[in-house]
Design a protein. Structure first.
Ligand SMILES: *Cc1c(COP(=O)(O)O)cnc(C)c1O
Length: 476
């Protein structure tokens, strides 16, 4: 290859792009080697320690070299220096947070998305926006909301989807009383009241980002021993409010007890008192796919906006969030990015005008791939299997003399603790995770320290439950 000829040794600006042109010639081999490395990592995730406990061998302060090494050499370095120090979060026994793995089809779609590297802004000269539109229709279908009434956008995650919910809600509230928050700022809406019973930590963060304020929401009571909104308390608070602008944040699947709000009742109150209803359904949205739990999200189609995630229970690689709304034009008012150089005339949705980012990854492709490859039934099977696993672990905990359940699992999360002090339980969780066989994250529920086992990976099987129970037993 002779694309680059000014390589004289005394030139201060040697053109090192020859490394890239050389790599382009070798791209086939590079992709095969990458595939091999990825393949053994993904397969090996069953057997490796679920988390890495010592990555001190990696030195973040090592300076960048002037001279590059080419991709094959960099790949070898990644294989030696980085891959052995990773968590097997893609594997079947990573039960921390709500962490989805990656289906083979979603992985293939994600790689392809990188290879073709579309900037998924809108319909100009590429089908990518139409694919996103199709995927959003399919997502509506999975969650049981009508795609002719809901439209949306793919985001980086539920945190940003919740942010879009607040932004659109505030704009809509302004429109109800004849002010324009988008144009004139939040100051034109001084009497906004946000009601929430069990807002996710990301929602609290979003209250800060939007300038509403972390502490500036009305805490609604939960039902006793639950994270579910107490409807009577919401009714009392919303009816007593003299705010002209009201937003209700409801939950479909809370992170601890996986509780679902009575969305029909909340939608009735929102209709009666002129409030926007936002439903955070980051993973609970897909409960609708399990016929035994199909009524958990009953009423969700009456929401004004809905948050969900692709990178949790749909098992699509990071990052992939979902935002749906019945008021897409309100969202577009707030998120439109106008400049003469962005003004195109192509037909179709401009996703650049529906979210935070101007430049966007082609996130629709991995979703499209996994939905085409496994269909609605494949998605439903993952949901059912994970719910059964949470129930199985709970049944074991219930009969174990040293353990107790912190709440009955309704979905895919089992919360439990050992009899004894919070201190003892903290140490026990560290010992369980140190076995390398399973990873769980802590929580505090009903004033007690406990462990959360969140089943959200398509690969988790009965054998894994046996290993998980053994690991807990050995640490006890
Ligand atoms: C995980 C989660 C979020 C935040 O989602 P990210 O994708 O991590 O941004 C919000 N709400 C709920 C209920 C969640 O479970």
């Amino acid at each position: 290859m002779n694309h680059v000829s000014n390589r004289s040794s005394n030139s201060p600006t040697v053109d090192e792009r020859h490394l890239m042109f050389d790599d382009l010639e070798k791209l086939g081999r590079i992709l095969v080697e990458t595939g091999d490395i990825a393949h053994s990592f993904v397969q090996g995730a069953d057997d490796m320690d679920v988390t890495c406990r010592d990555f001190s061998a990696f030195d973040p302060s090592r300076p960048l070299q002037g001279q590059g090494r080419g991709t094959l050499d960099a790949l070898r370095a990644a294989k030696e220096e980085i891959l052995p120090l990773l968590a097997a979060s893609i594997g079947p026994r990573y039960l921390g947070f709500v962490t989805g793995g990656t289906t083979p089809a979603a992985l293939a779609g994600d790689w392809l998305a990188s290879a073709i590297d579309q900037n998924a802004t809108g319909p100009e000269g590429s089908v990518n926006a139409a694919v996103e539109e199709q995927v959003i229709n399919w997502l509506c279908d999975l969650g049981g909301v009508p795609s002719d009434r809901f439209d949306g956008v793919l985001t980086t995650g539920a945190t940003v989807s919740n942010l879009l919910g607040l932004v659109a809600a505030r704009q809509w509230c302004g429109e109800q009383v004849g002010v324009n928050v988008d144009a004139d700022g939040a100051g034109v809406l001084p009497d906004l009241e946000v009601f929430a019973a069990s807002p996710h930590a990301s929602m609290i963060k979003d209250l800060s980002i939007t300038g509403i304020g972390r502490n500036n929401f009305t805490k609604v009571a939960t039902k006793p021993g639950s994270e579910e909104t107490d409807i009577a308390d919401l009714k009392a608070k919303i009816s007593a409010s003299d705010a002209r602008a009201k937003i209700v944040i409801a939950s479909a699947g809370t992170v601890n007890a996986t509780d679902f709000d009575d969305l029909e009742a909340i939608a009735d109150l929102c209709a009666a008192y002129g409030a926007w209803l936002h439903v955070d359904a980051a993973f609970g949205f897909f409960a609708a796919l399990d016929d035994r739990r199909a009524d958990f999200t009953k009423g969700i189609a009456r929401a004004d906006s809905i948050t969900s995630d692709g990178h949790k229970w749909l098992n699509v690689p990071y990052d992939c969030g979902i935002f749906l709304t019945r008021h897409i034009s309100v969202l577009e008012t707030c998120c439109r990015a106008f400049a003469p150089y962005l003004d195109t005339k192509a037909d179709g949705n401009s996703y650049i005008n529906r979210g935070v980012e101007n430049s966007r990854r082609f996130r629709a492709l991995p979703l499209w791939m996994t939905m085409v490859a496994y269909g609605r039934d494949g998605g439903a099977s993952v949901i059912r299997a994970n719910c059964d696993q949470a129930a199985d672990l709970a049944a074991w905990v219930r009969t174990h003399e040293k353990l107790e359940l912190l709440s009955e699992p309704k979905l895919n999360v089992t919360m439990f603790a050992a009899r004894g002090s919070d201190e003892d339980n903290r140490a026990l969780l560290a010992r369980i995770n140190a076995t390398g066989k399973v990873f769980m994250t802590p929580t505090v529920y009903g004033g007690r320290f406990g462990f959360r086992a969140a089943f959200s990976n398509w690969r988790t099987c009965d054998d894994d439950l046996v290993i998980i129970k053994q690991a807990i037993e050995s640490a006890l």
